[in-house]
Design a protein around this ligand. Structure first.
Ligand code: NAP
Length: 281
């Protein structure tokens, strides 16, 4: 597996496995299948409510801890330094781990400065090998960087061939922040898997739309965490390190950028309210 080097020297696999919207009952099997297929980075979150099932799959895999890269995330409801520490402890307990590889602030809402201070202390205590953020737009990310000690190692954002974030990636790179793409297939929206440009390029290499889409991101040094509950698709999604897109292919795909999200804008007041109201135990 190809790695990227984070701003503190930690090595992170460039491809991993995401478990958003995978129910707790399905998650243990999905993660076990993904580990068997060769994935070592698993991306979960307290909000997904499947950390315990991820932990069960990790425990039964027999894979040495130092070969795994486990990410989880802090939800908005746990703002405040003490709450963040408590939420982190609970995540560790559910995962059955004594440290995570990457701990992220899930959303750029609420008192995330107190969350970040707590995460800096979690990092100092070596209970997270790296800390970072998710869904942070340019202004919030830069403000966080300018007003704190530790620069986030990663910003996990909505990135795919239709929303490419190329300029933002450059800004992050200049600040030492690794871009990580969630929704690398836009969850299939916009007829993603029938895209004619990706289909035509894939036909030349004997690769699927999914493989071309992931390959394009990886060649841009974007970390990707595709989700699938289907073992054949898991195997397909990891099988894209044996071909390379040409410069022409890369720029053809760059032409697919719409600059807009297939999901929702994190600055939309409706969604700020909606996400702030999302609570779970
Ligand atoms: P995604 O990976 O873009 O798309 C997943 C969808 O694509 C599923 O419906 C899956 O169906 C299908 N699929 C997967 N591989 C395929 C293939 N080779 N051919 C055809 N269809 C395929 O969506 P996502 O789950 O939203 O994003 C990935 C991960 O990013 C998440 O699981 C989560 O870890 C993370 N994420 C983070 C945030 C955040 O706010 N930080 C938000 C969203 C997601 P099957 O499962 O049926 O195969």
């Amino acid at each position: 597996m190809q790695n990227v080097t984070l701003n503190n020297g930690v090595q992170m696999p460039i491809l991993g496995f995401g478990v958003f919207q995978v129910g707790p009952d399905e998650t243990e099997k999905a993660v076990s299948d993904a580990l068997a297929a060769g994935y070592r980075l698993i991306d979960t979150a307290a909000m997904y409510q499947n950390e315990a099932a991820v932990g069960a799959a990790l425990a039964s895999s027999g894979i040495p801890r130092d070969e795994l890269f486990i990410t989880t995330k802090l939800w908005i409801q746990d703002a405040g330094e003490a709450n963040t520490q408590r939420a982190f402890d609970n995540s560790l307990k559910r995962l059955g781990l004594d440290y995570v590889d990457l701990y992220l602030i899930h959303q750029p809402y609420g008192d995330y400065y107190s969350e970040w201070r707590a995460m800096e202390s979690i990092y100092a205590d070596k209970r997270a090998r790296a800390i970072g953020v998710s869904n942070f737009a340019e202004d919030r990310l830069l403000d966080l960087i300018l007003n704190n000690e530790i620069v986030p190692a990663v910003n996990q954002i909505d990135t795919n061939v239709y929303r490419q974030n190329a300029a933002y990636q450059e800004l992050m790179k200049g600040e030492g922040v690794q871009i990580e793409a969630w929704g690398p297939f836009a969850e299939g929206m916009r007829d993603f898997f029938s895209d004619p440009t990706l289909t035509a390029i894939g036909e030349r290499y004997g690769k699927s739309v999914a493989q071309v889409a992931l390959r394009w991101l990886v060649q841009r040094e974007v970390v990707v965490i595709p989700k699938s509950v289907n073992p054949e698709r898991m195997a397909q999604n990891i099988d894209m390190f044996d071909f390379a897109l040409t410069d022409d292919d890369m720029s053809t795909i760059a032409g697919l950028d719409t600059g807009s999200t297939a999901f929702f804008d994190h600055r939309d007041p409706h969604w700020v309210r909606q996400l702030a109201a999302t609570r779970f135990n």
